[in-house]
Design a protein around this ligand. Structure first.
Ligand code: COA
Length: 158
């Protein structure tokens, strides 16, 4: 089941984000960024983005979430036991629908370079890699430049 995230979900979502970040990003991204990605930092960023966050529940447990930012599929994190179940695909389909409803013709997302599982997943969902590009990510100490794989998907076609 998918639903809008509430303030009461923030602690659970921050845990999923922090643990997923450790699984998928900690070995790929610079040490300086790793130092800034504390559990509290994920909590603060979630609070800022709560209004655009949808989550997935399985048997009453929150197991993943997806957040949007303008024309960007901004964050997608699934708890380890719920990976490979189709929940991520349901959240992406829901995100694409929300982006399309907001009038976005081509959506984009940044994927950590070397996050091969996520890359494979996005490609299965019809997203195409548009090369590498430098994006600015938010940290408690200000903007941080990060090179990522940029993925795009046209949403204005049937
Ligand atoms: C990325 C994520 C959302 C994908 O959801 P998921 O449920 O794991 O996705 P799926 O299992 O449906 O698809 C993953 C695919 O990658 C494949 N895969 C698994 N490990 C892989 C690896 N190391 N290299 C390449 N492909 C891999 C799987 O076999 C599967 O492909 P298949 O269906 O053709 O067999 C989820 O794994 C997750 O939350 N990961 C941690 C956080 C993260 O990386 N978020 C994305 C940030 S950009």
């Amino acid at each position: 089941m998918l639903r809008n995230a509430l303030s009461t979900d923030v602690d659970r979502l921050a845990t999923i984000w922090y643990e997923g970040w450790q699984d998928a990003h900690a070995d790929l991204l610079p040490d300086e960024l790793k130092r800034l990605r504390t559990p509290e930092s994920f909590r603060e960023r979630l609070l800022q983005r709560l209004a655009s966050t949808r989550l997935a529940e399985l048997d009453g447990d929150v197991v993943g979430f997806c957040t949007l930012k303008d024309d960007e599929l901004y964050q997608l994190f699934i708890s380890a036991p719920a990976r490979g179940t189709g929940i991520a695909a349901a959240l992406v389909a829901d995100a694409e629908m929300r982006l399309k409803e907001a009038g976005v013709a081509t959506a984009w997302l940044g994927c950590a370079i070397g996050n091969d599982r996520a890359a494979r997943f996005y490609e299965k969902c019809g997203w195409e890699r548009a090369g590498a590009s430098v994006i600015v990510v938010e940290t408690s100490e200000g903007p941080f430049d990060l090179e990522v794989w940029r993925y795009e998907k046209r949403l204005d076609q049937a």
